[in-house]
Design a protein around this ligand. Structure first.
Ligand SMILES: Nc1ncnc2c1ncn2[C@@H]1O[C@H](COP(=O)(O)OP(=O)(O)O)[C@@H](O)[C@H]1O
Ligand SMILES: [Mg+2]
Length: 419
């Protein structure tokens, strides 16, 4: 099979790594890709979120399947354009991807599907929203549209609730409409399903670490590390999430003529009253995908191909034994203002039992230099979470670039919870 993968992050390097192991793969392209995917695929300088260019590339190379990594191409309608061209695509059409792009739409779908989620109200008027927020006190304020992770404020008292509504309203277009919802408490985990529009298979549960600093301190980031499996749900409970969250959501979208083909990612809060959905994403998580690809004990290609063609067999996936940990190595100044152009050393000294996925880095004069905030995800698998952590951090210790920082506690919550 000839496959075109869209995107340029650590997630895409991990997808390319996994797809490359498939005996069914004959050729892999990545658009635009990064220095990591360049070793596994042919990188093509085509913008992933330009539907016409993607269709033209897919036609030119007569690819059998397009796999979409990030959300931008989905929102831009790449899957719609590919469908029109008759090219199978793993990734939902724009109308279905709105489940990530609009918090209000996601809530509407959840309400119709009866998915457990925080109680909420949607507002278009900031004054009304403020009055409601002040009356509630403890509240979460969410801008409706994509806001690059800056559109959600968790407010624990009346003063911060008032300020949260004002701050989200001030975001402009994406802040015009906002969702105010019940503040939930519990362990936050990522539950992802591969979906074919109707059927789904659950990937192992994983956990991201969104704050920049150890012990969940400092500002939010795109994710500083992940591990899987997260030991907070057993196999039966994960299957229940599939039945109570994924299945009804797919059914509602399908009824609306928006069959969801791709990864439906449920961000869950494991509350005392059971798992509740915080948000949906319409794609693989980053950095969760890096560890999920290490934990997937079977070929990814037939699965994503079956999803794209609407022919998935619902069944439990084969998981690799043990656990995987991925530590993000970030650039100085990340997340506020990452410093670029630092030379990355030590990659050849990384032990063989670890895998380094490249994200914000580029080749310059034959050397790998930093080019973004999240530079690398350093991953390792082990017979258990503790061993996976040791291996991942041993590999992290081999890598150096000026100003680098990373969290030292990736997976620690899982260690504490393990039976
Ligand atoms: N109802 C809620 N209760 C408590 N915390 C929440 C709630 N909704 C979101 N959060 C917190 O805010 C973060 C961002 O919210 P999310 O809905 O995932 O938006 P986005 O990822 O688009 O910024 C979540 O990861 C979670 O930590
Ligand atoms: Mg989120």
């Amino acid at each position: 099979m000839k496959v075109l993968l869209l995107g340029s992050g650590g997630r895409e390097h991990a997808l390319a790594w996994k797809l490359s192991q498939s005996p069914r793969l004959t050729r892999l392209w990545c658009a635009p890709g990064n220095p990591g995917t360049a070793k596994l695929a042919t990188n093509v300088p085509v913008k992933a979120d330009a539907p016409d260019e993607v269709v033209a590339l897919a036609r030119r190379e007569s690819v059998d399947l397009v796999v979409v990594g990030p959300e931008a191409p989905l929102v831009a309608g790449v899957a719609d354009a590919l469908a029109k061209a008759g090219i199978p695509c793993f990734g939902p059409v724009a109308g279905a991807a709105l489940i990530e792009g609009s918090k209000a739409f996601a809530k509407e779908i959840m309400a119709e599907a009866g998915v457990p989620t925080a109680a909420f109200r949607t507002f278009t008027d900031a004054v009304e929203a403020e009055a409601y927020a002040v009356a509630q006190g403890r509240i979460v304020v969410k801008a409706d549209g994509l806001a690059a992770g800056k559109g959600v404020i968790v407010a624990h008292d009346v003063d911060s609730a008032r300020q949260a509504v004002r701050a989200v309203a001030a975001l402009g277009t994406s802040g015009q409409r906002m969702v105010l919802e019940e503040l939930l408490e519990g362990e936050e985990v990522s539950a992802m399903a591969l979906c074919d529009g109707e059927r789904y298979v659950m990937l192992p549960l994983s956990q991201d670490h969104k704050r920049v600093g150890d012990g969940d301190t400092g500002p939010n980031t795109g994710g500083m590390g992940a591990y899987s499996p997260a030991p907070f749900l057993d196999a039966e409970q994960l299957a229940e999430v599939g039945e109570s969250v994924i299945a009804p959501t797919l059914a509602v979208l399908r009824r609306r003529g928006l069959p969801f083909k791709g990864v439906l990612y449920a961000g869950l809060m494991l509350t005392r009253n059971g798992p509740k959905v915080l948000e949906f994403n319409a794609r693989f998580g980053d950095p969760e995908t890096q560890v999920l690809m290490m934990q997937l004990g079977e070929d990814l290609l037939p699965l994503v191909d079956a999803c794209a063609r609407g022919q998935l067999q619902a069944r439990p996936l084969v998981a690799a034994p043990g656990a995987s940990v991925g530590v993000v190595m970030a650039a100085e100044g990340y997340p506020e203002a990452p410093r670029k152009g630092q030379r990355i050393d030590g990659l050849d000294a990384v032990p063989e039992d670890a895998t380094v996925f490249v994200a914000g880095a580029e080749m310059r004069d034959g050397a790998l230099v930093t080019s973004g905030g999240r530079v690398l995800t350093v991953c390792a698998r082990g017979d258990d979470l503790a061993r996976a952590r040791e291996r991942a951090y041993a590999a992290v210790a081999a890598v150096r670039f000026e100003g680098m920082h990373f969290r030292h506690d990736i997976g620690v919550k899982g260690l504490k919870a393990a039976p």
